[in-house]
Design a protein around this ligand. Structure first.
Ligand code: FAD
Length: 468
């Protein structure tokens, strides 16, 4: 048995920076990875998908060249091998960077293999037993694979196996019309595949406000993506060259067929094969490890960070988990998960940048609120760029002047949202942003404009649009 001051299981978005901080503080650290260094974000999540989104955007803009006076002779062709090679190169740099930095880290020993708890203080990797008074779990998650009859008989894809594709699927069926599914749907449509999205709910990205769902559906429809909403997948089967999905639905045909089938209906934590029962660590019903506001599990000396604790599902929430744990352990700074403001993006084109509460959440909170909204076609920068889909919406508390939330669906929405997010962290009243002079021409210059034209939230959406 080898004893360490700290054991970290998983090299996702919080494990490696935590290893650096702990080892830098002179602790003897072990970090264990069973698959690829850097985890989901680096290998099968953010980095590769955003690299592919960039290729898809280039294809889209090449096709739109004539709109800008740029003449592309002949049809735009996509070389999927080069698309994949570019993705592999970019993701590979991050993956090898994480591996190299950990292996070169003083005071840190890297183990490659599957880690499993033997007791609250012991972890087994291969034939070795490691022990420590402090164990940090950063095991992430994987795609949910639903129990659909026939699924195991077809070669279905997940976000992970999509990374191996170096050819153009003739017709990609996407099960799930939310964040992951829509990014793949739009990118493959732009590469040239026929794409059908099957969503059980009545609208896309159902966690977002209805106006967001509607606008996303509109621009995806314009690009020729088939959307099947209110459609429950009953079974999947292989019929010749095709994969056929039988549907229970009110509108449209009872089946759809395509050449490839992507399952994108959510993520589940990698906590089922970790031996947590030997450590006595509690999980909730979906398998997420239960943690308190400082990310401590119910077992003293064991923490859970990143997607596996169910307190976030993003790279930045996992990294923020690292910051919280490190601040509490090493800096005497009592940072808490509840201090953070929900923020994320959907990387369709245009992207959605989100901060704080949705309009629906504000309504449910019962606060007296005001809202401002502007269509991107009224934003000069968007107009100049010829990218006018979407809108920007901000909600504020009518009494306290606190900024409650914002949804920026439009060109640069993923960047401009940080203006609002940072004002929220500063606990500045919305009037501070309203009086700020922003740079012209930018998307962000309309934030003060939106905040100058707020209307009470009780008005129906149609009147609000007119006011904006
Ligand atoms: C398609 C897709 C796109 C995404 N895009 C974005 C985006 O644009 N922005 C964003 O913020 N988020 C995005 N995400 C989410 C983001 O990737 C994750 O939230 C992020 O990677 C956080 O992961 P983590 O730190 O919890 O662990 P992970 O990155 O999942 O890493 C966990 C690591 O632990 C290892 N491991 C698991 N079990 C064991 C074990 N028993 N022993 C040893 N090692 C183990 C795994 O092999 C893995 O390397 C995306 C996700 C997907 C699927």
């Amino acid at each position: 048995m080898t004893t360490f001051d700290a054991i970290i299981i998983g090299t996702g978005q919080s494990g490696p920076p935590l290893a650096r901080r702990l080892a830098g503080a002179g602790m003897k650290v072990a970090i264990i990875e069973r698959h690829r260094f850097g985890g989901t974000c680096v290998n099968t999540g953010c980095t590769p998908t955003k690299t592919l989104v960039a290729s898809a955007y280039a294809a889209h803009m090449a096709r739109r060249g004539a709109d800008y006076g740029v003449i592309v002779e002949g049809a735009v062709k996509i070389d999927m091998r080069r698309v994949k090679a570019r993705k592999d190169y970019v993701a590979g740099l991050s993956n090898t960077g994480v591996e190299r930095s950990l292996k070169n880290l003083e005071n840190c020993r890297v183990y490659q293999g599957h880690a499993r708890f033997m007791s609250p203080r012991e972890v087994q990797v291969g034939t070795e037993i490691l022990s420590s008074e402090q164990i940090f779990i950063n095991v992430g998650g994987r795609a949910v694979v639903p129990e659909i009859p026939g699924l195991e008989q077809v070669d279905y894809l997940t976000n992970s196996s999509m990374m191996d594709i170096d050819f153009l699927p003739r017709h990609l069926l996407v099960l799930g019309g939310s964040y992951v599914g829509l990014e793949f749907a739009q990118m493959y449509r732009r590469f040239g595949s026929e794409v059908t999205v099957v969503e059980i709910g009545s609208r896309l990205v159902p966690r977002e406000d209805e106006d967001v769902s509607e606008a996303v559906a509109t621009f995806l429809n314009h690009e020729g993506i088939n959307l099947r909403l209110n459609a429950r997948c009953l079974s999947v089967s292989k019929q010749g060259e095709n994969i056929v999905m039988k549907l229970e639905c009110a509108d449209g045909g009872p089946e759809v067929s395509g050449s490839h089938f992507l399952v994108a209906i959510g993520r589940r934590p990698n906590t089922d094969d970790l031996g947590l029962e030997h450590a006595g660590v509690s999980r909730e019903s979906r398998g997420f490890i239960e943690v308190d506001d400082a990310l401590r599990t119910n077992v003293p000396g064991i923490w859970a960070l990143g997607d596996c604790n169910g307190r976030g599902a993003f790279t930045h929430t996992s990294y923020n988990d690292f910051e919280i744990v490190a601040a509490n352990l090493l800096d005497g700074d009592h940072r808490r998960v509840s201090d953070r403001i929900p923020a994320y993006a959907l990387y369709t084109d245009p992207p959605l940048g989100r901060a704080g509460m949705t309009e629906a959440e504000v309504r449910r909170s019962g606060r007296r609120a005001r809202v401002g909204k502007i269509a991107m076609e009224d934003v000069s920068r968007a107009f100049e760029k010829g990218e006018t889909e979407g809108f920007m919406k901000i909600l504020v508390d009518a009494d306290t002047k606190e900024i409650l939330g914002a949804s920026f669906l439009g060109t640069s929405g993923d960047e401009a949202i940080h203006c609002v997010l940072d004002a929220m962290y500063a606990k500045a009243p919305y009037t501070t942003l309203q009086r700020a002079m922003h740079i012209h021409p930018t998307v962000s210059e309309f934030i003060p404009v939106i905040l100058s034209e707020l209307v009470p939230l009780s008005q129906p959406p149609s009147e609000r649009s007119a006011a904006a």
